[in-house]
Ligand binder design. Structure first.
Ligand SMILES: [Zn+2]
Length: 291
């Protein structure tokens, strides 16, 4: 007779049953809000509580701003050289290459955005801080020239710490090279849109990033040429609070709008439709865009 005996179930510890994988949670570094990681991801890495824009990878921007299956990379085989024999440069480049699976710090290519053919350049901050050396400059210049030739609008998503110091003056020359190619595009009347993400600084902010027909920025992005301390030492004046943020630049007429990541695709599409006008139809139906 066992009616007074409790039947023993195998014990499952409370802890084991409630265990949630540690990486399922994520915490906003701006407001401290804790949420499931999936929620952050669904919001395109924007905090659902305070709207803080966290880093979004170059691959994610490519996916966000091109229609599925339309993206094709161009000039991805260009790789950095070491013309100055700068110590450890190629070792560092090699490490960045194996970390990112890319040969240098920008993706350039073609795709479609809501059916509109586009050229897209997305800087990869994960590759040596998105620094602009000869390869980044060359890829942008080639893409802009292609835009000028084919009449396909260009969108660049910028994220950069500035010029690549290991290439010295050759890095600085990329400002002139990209600017020349973009000027050619503008002569042809081909739209150029830029999106400045956090951070967009140095030689990139001093060249193509700020040359867009329309310049958009993500909320809270740091945008500027030199660091605050350097400017303060140079001009010998105190600087206003937050003077290098997207919002400050908008208020002072340096950029055209601050657009949350979730509206980026829609905003860029609307701008392109508006700017292309009657050229839209011919462009979207193939025309000069292929090849
Ligand atoms: Zn937050």
């Amino acid at each position: 007779m066992a009616w007074f005996k409790k039947e023993r179930k195998p014990r499952v510890s409370q802890r084991a049953r409630l265990e949630i994988p540690k990486d399922a949670w994520d915490k906003c570094e701006s407001c401290g809000h804790v949420d499931i990681r999936e929620r952050f991801e669904r919001e395109l890495n924007v905090c659902p509580n305070c709207g803080h824009h966290r880093r979004f990878s170059a691959e994610e921007y490519v996916e966000l701003l091109s229609d599925g299956g339309t993206w094709r990379e161009l000039n991805g085989n260009l790789r950095p050289q070491d013309p100055l024999g700068f110590e450890h440069y190629l070792d560092r480049a090699k490490a960045a290459q194996s970390k990112t699976g890319q040969l240098d710090a920008i993706y350039t290519g073609l795709g479609r955005l809501e059916g509109i053919p586009i050229h897209l350049g997305v800087m990869n901050f994960a590759f040596m801080g998105g620094s602009m050396g000869s390869v980044v400059g060359e890829r942008i210049a080639r893409l802009a020239k292609r835009s000028a030739d084919k009449g396909v609008p260009l969108i660049t998503v910028c994220a950069s710490g500035g010029a690549r110091m290991q290439e010295g003056v050759l890095s600085l020359m990329q400002m002139a090279k990209t600017s020349t190619a973009i000027a050619e595009m503008k002569r042809e009347g081909v739209p150029f849109l830029t999106v400045l993400t956090n951070p967009t600084t140095g030689g990139v902010s001093a060249s193509f990033a700020m040359q867009g027909d329309v310049i958009l920025a993500e909320p809270g992005a740091l945008i500027g040429f030199a660091g605050q301390r350097v400017i303060k030492q140079t001009i010998g004046q105190d600087l206003p609070e937050g003077f290098q943020t997207a919002e400050f630049l908008l208020e002072h007429g340096q950029i055209d709008d601050v657009v949350p990541r979730g509206s980026l695709r829609e905003t860029l599409t609307r701008l392109l439709r508006h700017m292309l006008g009657h050229k839209m139809e011919a462009l979207a139906s193939g025309g000069r865009s292929d090849g």
